[in-house]
Every structure is written in structure tokens, then in C-alpha cells.
Design a protein around this ligand. Structure first.
Ligand code: ATP
Ligand code: LTN
Length: 334
């Protein structure tokens, strides 16, 4: 039997850059919840990352707190895992600065997220947006993480974190654990309801493209009814049927039924019936989460207690790594 100390360390984080979508939940958060029993999990609300694009202070504050409460509502358990707000643990920004000096301009220039986001926010291509991956590397490396569950869009950043760790270790001797990506077998990739060849993304300006975990039941129903499909009217996975494939994928992720079982269940029925059924299944899935969210968000004292408790422990763990790295570089201890 593994002692708790021997469990592998998993680190992941989510940006409080908007409302959390069904894609975030089915593709990431739901898996994090499951990982908590078998790994030493460390999760964070990555608020420092979020300011790489302009945030309106009032909304930002609300989004951070909402993200924290929503993740608790999804099942992140502070008795099992550390779960804190990134900016509360000062070591993250500090190690990020250090790692910036071991990260090359060329490497950061090749990041596709940087290219995409700088095109999208052409009026604000700031140095933070550029250096975003070294902050992410700091998040991960501070905890000597073994594995990092990330979606496809973050793999390039994780690869860079590995390169930075290897480079630093190469110069100064073993300092950081080189993390592996954690590829979940159950994670669903949820596509946009309006352009089903694109992933569902919380920053999509078309609100009908995504469903938020906190959307009201009638909003969820409306968004699914408006989902783009095809003209074949057969509920079955098929080529060129991206919209229906996506709805089947969502139905399957939520109910646990296979795509074949769903096809049999809806044989001879139209898309209208199917869309209603998917919406109903999603509404059922998010209902208990929404109820717990309401409890947490109305209990600020509890939230504060939880994020402080985790941040305190995270600071102690991460300080050890930061001290070790700085000592190796030649900084003088205070
Ligand atoms: P943004 O639009 O701001 O880029 P996002 O909705 O794409 O946000 P992220 O904050 O980048 O989400 O991602 C949080 C986590 O959710 C990551 O692990 C990511 O892989 C996962 N994720 C995001 N969108 C989806 C999706 N459509 N399907 C499955 N997983 C997703
Ligand atoms: N960049 C990630 C969020 C993130 C993260 C991390 C993920 C910040 N730090 C460390 C894994 C490990 C995103 O936008 N999804």
C-alpha cells in the first residue's frame, strides 16, 4: 500500500477568465474530482494568468470567487487536495520571474496560444501574455509535480515547462521534477454548439456556442435547441455530422451510455426530441452542482477559510523548491 506521502503529485489550474462551461466541466473538472482519491492533488484558480488579457476589476473579483466556489461545488475537496488561489501564494510569481530568465524568446514566440491571443487582443500584446508559459511552468515545478492533466490546447505549454525544467537541471543539477502530461481516458472534448468543428470555449463571443455550468435550466434548453446540426435527421455518429456527434458525445459523457446505445434509443426520432433529451440530461447533471454553488457562494467565510488553509500549506511546500532553485543560482539566503 502506498502511504499518502508516496502518492504521485498532480497539479492543474483553471483561469477565472469567464464563466465555466460544460466543456471545462466534462473535459477537465470532472476528472480532477476523480483524481483526488489516488493522487496528491494540487489545484489552483489561475488568477495571475487571467490578467494577461484586460479584466474589469469588479467582474474579475467575482469571477475568481465564483470559480473557487464552483470547483468546490463540482467536488474538489479541500480535505483531500490543496485548492488555492494562485495570487495568494507569492512563490508562483517569484519563480516565474526566475524561470523567465531560463526561457528563450524563440521558444515563447512559437507558442500557438500566444499567436492566437495576440491576434485576438492586438491592442494589448503585453509581456505577460508572452511570458504566460513560464508562469505556468512555475506553477507546476514548484510542487515537484509528477503529472499535469491538461487538454490538447495546453500540451505545448507543458512541453515547454519540461524543457525549462530539464535546462535548469542541466545547468545546476537536479532541482525540478520533470512533469509528464496526464492524458485522461474518460475526458470528453466538447465542441461549440454553433460551430461544432471548434471547441466549446468560454471566451466565445457567441453565447449560444457554449453552455455554462451555472446556466439556468431554460437557458440550457434554449441553447441546445438552437444547436447546429445537419439535414440527415438520424441520431447516429457519422462523418460530416459534427453537430450531432458533439451532442451524442455530451449525452454519452453525462449519462454514461455509449454512442450505440444512444443511437438505438433515438432511432426513428427527430433531432428536436434528441436535443430536448440532451438538454434535460445536462440540466439534471448540473442541478446538484448549482445547488451546492449557491450554498458556497453565500458563505463567504467558509470560502475564505478554505482558500487560506490551502494557500498556507502550498506556500510552505513551494517555498522549499523556490529556495532550492535560488540557492543553486547563487542568490544569498536572507
Ligand atoms: P478560454 O476560452 O479562456 O481559452 P477555455 O474555455 O478554452 O477558456 P481553459 O481555461 O483554457 O478553457 O481550460 C480549462 C480546462 O478545461 C483545460 O484543462 C482545458 O483543456 C479544458 N477544456 C476547455 N475547453 C474544453 C472543451 N471544449 N472540451 C473539453 N475540455 C475543455
Ligand atoms: N494555462 C491553463 C491554466 C493553467 C494551468 C497551470 C494548467 C495555469 N497554470 C498549470 C495546468 C498547470 C489554461 O488556460 N487552461
Amino acid at each position: 500500500m502506498d502511504t499518502p506521502e508516496k502518492k504521485k503529485v498532480i497539479f492543474s489550474a483553471i483561469q477565472p477568465s469567464g464563466t465555466i462551461t460544460l466543456g471545462n466541466y466534462l473535459g477537465a473538472l470532472r476528472n480532477w474530482v476523480k483524481l483526488q482519491d489516488n493522487y496528491n492533488c494540487i489545484f489552483a484558480v489561475a488568477d495571475l494568468h487571467a490578467i494577461t488579457v484586460r479584466q474589469e476589476p469588479k467582474t474579475f473579483r467575482q469571477n475568481i470567487l465564483n470559480a473557487y466556489a464552483l470547483l468546490l461545488a463540482c467536488g474538489i475537496d479541500t480535505e483531500k487536495s490543496l485548492f488555492f488561489i494562485q495570487s495568494h501564494v507569492h512563490t508562483h510569481a517569484e519563480l516565474a520571474w526566475v524561470l523567465n530568465c531560463y526561457t528563450q524568446f524563440g521558444e515563447l514566440s512559437r507558442m500557438t496560444q500566444f499567436k492566437d491571443k495576440s491576434a485576438k487582443h492586438a491592442d494589448n500584446v503585453n509581456a505577460g501574455l508572452f511570458a504566460y508559459p513560464s508562469l505556468m511552468a512555475a506553477d507546476i515545478l514548484l510542487y515537484q509535480s509528477d503529472m499535469v492533466p491538461v487538454g490538447a490546447d495546453q500540451k505545448q505549454h507543458l512541453e515547454l515547462a519540461r524543457n525549462i525544467a530539464e535546462r535548469f537541471n542541466g545547468i545546476y543539477g537536479n532541482t525540478f521534477k520533470v512533469p509528464e502530461p496526464y492524458i485522461s481516458t474518460v475526458g470528453a472534448r466538447v465542441m461549440s454548439l454553433q460551430e461544432p468543428t471548434k471547441k466549446m470555449s468560454k471566451s466565445d463571443e457567441n453565447v449560444n456556442a457554449w453552455v455554462a455550468v451555472l446556466d439556468k435550466p431554460d437557458t440550457i434548453m434554449k441553447k441546445f435547441k438552437r444547436a447546429v446540426t445537419d439535414s440527415e435527421a438520424v441520431v447516429k455518429v457519422g462523418e460530416g455530422k459534427d453537430g450531432i456527434n458533439n451532442l451524442i458525445g455530451i449525452m454519452s459523457a453525462v449519462t454514461g451510455k455509449t454512442a450505440d446505445e444512444i443511437a438505438i434509443e433515438f432511432e426513428g426520432k427527430g433531432y428536436g426530441d434528441f436535443k430536448t433529451a440532451v438538454a434535460e440530461a445536462v440540466i439534471e447533471e448540473v442541478k446538484p452542482i448549482q445547488a451546492r454553488f449557491d450554498e458556497y457562494i453565500n458563505n463567504k467565510d467558509y470560502l475564505v477559510e478554505q482558500y487560506r488553509k490551502s494557500a498556507e500549506i502550498a506556500e510552505k511546500i513551494s517555498q522549499r523548491t523556490l529556495d532550492k532553485a535560488m540557492k543553486k543560482i547563487g542568490f544569498i539566503a536572507k
